[in-house]
Write a protein that binds this ligand. Structure first.
Ligand code: SAM
Length: 234
């Protein structure tokens, strides 16, 4: 069973976040549906409700402590999987205009059903980021692109930065074990500039958020197609 309201309030408070009953009720629906659906379709290895609270929900929402997401921002979650980090963000900040992108259709099917249950409005895209960001309707159209646990910083930058408007932000949520500086060349080529790197601890595990400001347009030759990207990182 998902932890009760009081317990969740204390968990959120521990990380400087507040929680109300309306948000809590949606998190319960999310957790229950995720666990149920995950029995037949592989969405997440984290299936204990208390772990879902910390490792999925708080780990996603904590972004709002460190990243300034403007009101009504258009946000795309690249490689969203079962909806992390962006569905918890949308539950917490309903003003966000959400787009969910994943290359696996079974995950998009889950997300559509989940959003219906949560009464959340979102756009859904099934496809590979490197193909979708070449389409004029999505290229440099977002205030924020974000991703958690999708790829190394260089590859991820090529997948995410082309979606962001000049002046917008790419937010990467990372663990402790990657040399982020290996992505700096890619970030520069793609029109970005690392503006802030924040480290914090979540249940004794180190986490990092890297914010990249988009300072110039991404050259039209990027992103390259997936086989070129795999052959040589920027
Ligand atoms: N972001 C979620 C999370 O933190 O729980 C899911 C992480 S999961 C490890 C990586 C996800 O990225 C998968 O759902 C996969 O299908 C998706 N993915 C990987 N490469 C992609 C690409 N090039 N374009 C779109 N989605 C991609």
């Amino acid at each position: 069973m998902f932890p009760d309201f009081e317990l969740c309030c204390s968990a959120f408070e521990k990380y400087g976040l507040s929680l109300d009953k309306q948000i809590y009720n949606k998190l319960v629906i999310y957790s229950d549906f995720l666990i149920e659906y995950n029995k037949n379709v592989n969405l997440t290895a984290i299936t204990d409700p208390a772990d879902i609270l910390y490792k999925h929900f708080i780990d996603s929402i904590i972004m709002l402590k460190y990243v300034d997401i403007p009101s009504n921002a258009c946000l795309i979650d690249v490689g969203t999987g079962a909806g992390f980090p962006s569905i918890p963000l949308k539950i917490y900040r309903p003003d966000i205009e959400l787009t969910l992108l994943d290359s696996l259709n079974k995950r998009i099917t889950f997300l559509k059903l989940l959003c219906e249950k949560l009464d959340i409005r979102s756009a859904f895209i099934h496809g590979r980021a490197e193909d979708i960001s070449k389409m004029t309707e999505y290229r440099e159209k977002f205030d924020v692109s974000c991703a958690r646990a999708v790829a190394n910083m260089s590859l991820l930058s090529e997948l995410c930065i082309p979606f962001v408007k000049v002046g917008g932000t790419f937010v990467s949520m990372k663990g402790p074990n990657e040399d982020i500086s290996l992505g700096f060349n890619a970030i520069k080529i793609l029109g970005g500039n690392v503006s802030r790197e924040t480290s914090y601890s979540l249940e004794n595990e180190e986490r990092r958020i890297i914010q990249v400001k988009k300072i110039s347009h991404t050259p039209t030759k990027y992103p390259r197609n997936s086989s070129q990207i795999k052959k040589k990182l920027l």
